[in-house]
Design a protein around this ligand. Structure first.
Ligand SMILES: [Zn+2]
Length: 161
């Protein structure tokens, strides 16, 4: 689920001693000043609100991590977490690259095909990515305008799985 709101705590740095002060919005608007440990009094401007927009991560399907690399994970796990993280990142990059291998035009056609079959836009986009991944693993064949029919057919028979 997505958050309803976000809590923000403005941070002030004392101009005399560089101490860091983190205060609640309530405090800032009610008290309006901070007495620093060094004796400096800081006057705070009232704050109406902050405009913060979340940027969500794109979800990556779990099954995309190949079994061979998973086995390797368990071997390496105890001694080298750094390379594990690197390996994970590499896998993610490969996955993203593979997903974009379906050209934009064909991707859109697939999405609209699935929407005509009754899926919502978001579902259709997700299914297109997953099924393309699946298609690619089964056929090791890229899809372009010349063979899009084959993939459309594949979508048609596999979309409800
Ligand atoms: Zn200070």
């Amino acid at each position: 689920m997505k958050p309803l709101s976000v809590e923000v705590y403005p941070v002030y740095i004392c101009s005399s001693c560089n101490s860091r002060h983190c205060e609640s919005m309530d405090y800032i608007n009610k008290v309006g000043k901070i007495l620093c440990g060094c004796g400096n009094v800081m006057k705070l401007d009232g704050i109406e609100t902050f405009k913060i927009t979340p940027i969500y991560k794109t979800p990556t399907p779990k099954k995309d991590s190949p079994p061979s690399q998973r086995a390797q994970h368990t071997d390496d796990e105890s001694d080298d977490t750094y390379s594990l993280a690197a390996l994970k990142e590499k896998t993610t990059q490969e996955t993203q690259q593979k997903q974009t291998e379906l050209p934009a035009n064909e991707f859109e056609q697939s999405v609209s095909l699935l929407m005509r079959l009754g899926w919502k836009k978001r579902e259709s986009e997700h299914k297109t990515r997953v099924l393309y991944e699946q298609w690619y693993q089964e056929n090791e064949q890229l899809i372009g305008p010349e063979n899009f029919d084959e993939f459309a057919n594949y979508l048609f028979f596999n979309h409800s799985n």
